[in-house]
Write a protein that binds this ligand. Structure first.
Ligand code: NAI
Length: 347
């Protein structure tokens, strides 16, 4: 099948070409993000392969359909950037990669936590400057602390296991408690209780209307002073301005982010020669107790291999008229936020 692949980075191409040996689709790689301006590039392609910051609103979908597209193959678990109602109206099938490696994101989450609690980001810079002083690098141990995991699906469950391994007491919140997490000794509690008792709060729930700005001024007020907040899930789970207020007051003691609400204008690109125009993001960068990675939690060899293999299998299933378990429908999407079997997140 002819496939227009958007937002292609060299690593995408490497993994997709390797996986395509088993499928033999005709892949055409485009570097730009899919947008109203670039969607014309897909004219004549029955399949369009897109990533997390590509635009798949009604206008772009209509242009793709008019150009002959019948399948949108997402290289992501999340589909919150796709107008599924418009896709259904236009007769476009949307498929995704529901799970590719919860360990990738969970281990990155642990990395952010350990970087922050032992100030490794600051230590690294100091040692490179020949500054071997320890003043200001005093850390704390995870053993014996309370970690609150919000969202205990595939990723949250692995995070809970890792943090349990460090000797953390585990609290969890999820509309669908996960027996695997309960077996780890985690207690499922209401959010207010989790916030009040947790030294670390880590977010692993999808972005849905009910989780938009889950962490706002009120949520932060309910947390312990000096709490460590980690978000590797989806930027809009945080009201970033509220979080900045809390960092300034010391209410939030540590912040680790892999996602940012307005990341579409920043992440995945080298902007090191440009002036960052986003003042909220720029303010976040000024805090010594904030560590930000640019949506790289998924970025492991295992995950990229799995993403490529599943994406191409989805395309083959569609081409050959086989049932595809990874098709996203409006009905499935409506189950998000309570059913726990669909990641409506970003990757
Ligand atoms: P999942 O669907 O297995 O788990 C999500 C869990 O959140 C479910 O158990 C669900 O019941 C729960 N949930 C739903 N609404 C909730 C609420 N209001 N409060 C608490 N929990 C709630 O999804 P998975 O694979 O664990 O992914 C979680 C999130 O991680 C995704 O939604 C995505 O945003 C993010 N992600 C980030 C990546 C990155 O590279 N930074 C890569 C992959 C996913």
């Amino acid at each position: 099948m002819r496939v227009a692949v958007f937002s292609t980075k060299p690593y995408d191409r490497t993994f997709l070409e390797a996986a395509n040996a088993a499928h033999r689709h005709e892949l055409r790689f485009f570097e730009p993000r899919l947008s109203r301006e670039t969607c014309l590039l897909a004219a004549g392609f029955p399949a369009v392969c897109a990533f997390v910051n590509d635009t798949l609103d009604a206008e772009v979908l209509a242009a793709l359909a008019a150009g002959g597209a019948r399948l949108i193959a997402l290289r992501s678990a999340g589909f919150n950037h796709v107008d599924l109602a418009a896709a259904a109206r236009l007769g476009l099938t949307v498929a995704r990669v529901p799970a590719y490696s919860p360990h990738a994101v969970a281990e990155h989450t642990a990395g952010l936590i350990l970087t922050l609690n032992r100030k490794i980001h600051r230590a690294h810079n100091r040692v490179r400057e020949g500054n071997f002083a320890l003043e200001g690098l005093l850390g704390f141990e995870l053993h014996g602390l309370t970690a609150g995991v919000v969202g205990t699906g595939k990723i949250g469950a692995v995070v809970a296991r890792i943090l349990g391994g460090f000797g953390c007491r585990l609290l969890a919140h999820d509309p669908c408690p996960n027996p695997e997490v309960e077996r780890l000794g985690a207690a499922y509690v209401p959010l207010a209780e989790l916030y009040a008792a947790s030294d670390i709060v880590t977010l692993h729930c999808p972005l849905a209307p009910e989780t938009y700005h889950l962490i706002d001024d009120r949520a932060v007020a309910a947390m312990k002073r000096g709490v460590m907040l980690i978000n590797t899930s989806r930027g809009a789970l945080l009201d970033t301005r509220a979080v900045i207020r809390a960092l300034k007051s010391g209410k939030i003691g540590y912040l680790g982010l892999d996602v940012y609400e307005e990341e579409g204008d920043l992440f995945f690109e080298d902007l090191s020669n440009q002036v960052i125009q986003d003042d909220v993001f720029a303010r976040l960068l000024t805090f010594p107790n904030v560590v930000i990675t640019a949506h790289q939690a998924f970025f492991t060899e295992t995950a990229l291999g799995n993403i490529a293999a599943t994406t191409l299998a989805n395309i083959s299933d569609f081409e050959q008229g086989r049932p595809c378990a990874n098709v996203v429908t409006l009905e499935l999407a409506r189950g998000v936020g309570g059913q726990g079997d669909i990641a409506k997140g970003s990757t």
